[in-house]
Design a binder for this molecule. Structure first.
Ligand code: CP
Length: 311
């Protein structure tokens, strides 16, 4: 594997899930594979899980890790031919080529600004690194996806499912801030590749990218959608059509124990308690959120392992 930008960059997803579960049983079984190799992680936005789990994964494979949190203090110029007489002090062309000299694999997290759909969808920072770096690049979440999270979610469902084709419901939740579409869209793409009966439920007007949704059924009635669910994946996203708008008219879409019934509860975290899901859901014995966070390590590990095997 030369890069991991979307979930379909990993070949044979079914096998990758099994491989991740084997790594979970014996995390150090390939601890020589990454010896003398360095992973450089660039976080243009904050992270708890992605940062620590990817570091753990690299360490399990014997890699060294360097982490940079450039945040807003490192203004990269992204435009070809730019006259750099304003705030940006470094062009991504140099940045990516320089980091490539220090790294064998680069991970990049850069969120959308949720103001301009076309600009966000270019994912200029991530794709700039893909274009100019001379080493493989991993997506640690961008506008168009969070594939490490989706792979994690597929691993967790595989571990917990009681039937071969579980009913999985992706249920929109309220949130006070504008959140990206990366997690739900990657989740949908991933679930479409495994044997799952997926339904999406959200209020009318909060449709996701139709190309990503494809023929997955959408049900505007949350109660109806949740009936007989095995797994309920709860996630907020801001409006896609009225791009980035926060919709506050549907606070009653918060997940409750009553709505969840006997289904497993999933969320990528971080989560706003008693806004997205009530305490009793998160503290209840059907919640998988801590297990999901743990599985982030083994999703990252299988991705790094596949890349290392081809270096
Ligand atoms: N789920 C997830 O990506 O968490 P972080 O933002 O903490 O990395």
């Amino acid at each position: 594997m030369k890069k991991f930008i979307q979930i379909n960059d990993i070949s044979n997803l079914r096998k990758a899930i099994d491989e991740a579960l084997s790594l979970k049983k014996e995390p150090l079984q390939f601890s020589e594979l990454g010896k003398s190799k360095r992973l450089v992680l660039l976080f243009f936005h904050t992270s708890l899980r992605t940062r620590l789990s990817t570091e753990n994964a690299a360490s399990n494979l014997g890699m060294q890790v360097s982490v940079l949190n450039p945040g807003d203090g490192w203004s990269l110029e992204l435009q070809e031919g730019a006259v750099m007489n304003l705030d940006c002090q470094e062009h991504i062309k140099e940045a990516a080529r320089v980091v490539s000299q220090y790294a064998d694999i680069i991970g990049v997290r850069a969120f959308p600004k949720l103001k301009d759909k076309k600009a966000d969808q270019l994912d200029s920072i991530l794709n700039g690194f893909v274009k100019y770096a001379s080493v493989p690049v991993i997506n640690l979440e961008c506008c168009n996806g969070h594939p490490l999270q989706a792979l994690t979610d597929a691993i967790t469902i595989e571990e917990e499912k009681k039937v071969s084709r579980p009913k999985i419901v992706l249920s929109w939740a309220p949130h006070p801030k504008a959140l990206p579409h990366a997690v739900p869209e990657s989740f949908i793409r991933c679930m479409r590749q495994i044997d799952a009966d997926l339904t999406i439920t959200h209020p009318k007007g909060l449709e996701l990218d139709p190309e990503t949704v494809g023929d997955v059924p959408i049900c505007y009635n949350q109660t109806e959608a949740l009936k007989d669910a095995d797994f309920v994946y709860v996630k907020n996203w801001s409006s896609y059509s009225n791009y980035g708008k926060v919709i506050r008219d549907f606070d009653n879409w918060m997940m409750t124990s009553d709505k969840l019934g006997g289904a497993y509860f999933m969320h990528c975290l971080p989560i706003r308690r008693n806004v997205v899901a009530e305490d009793s859901v998160l503290d209840g014995n059907r919640s998988l959120v801590i297990k999901q966070a743990n599985n982030r390590t083994f999703a990252a590990q299988v991705v790094l392992k596949r890349i290392l095997e081809q270096l």
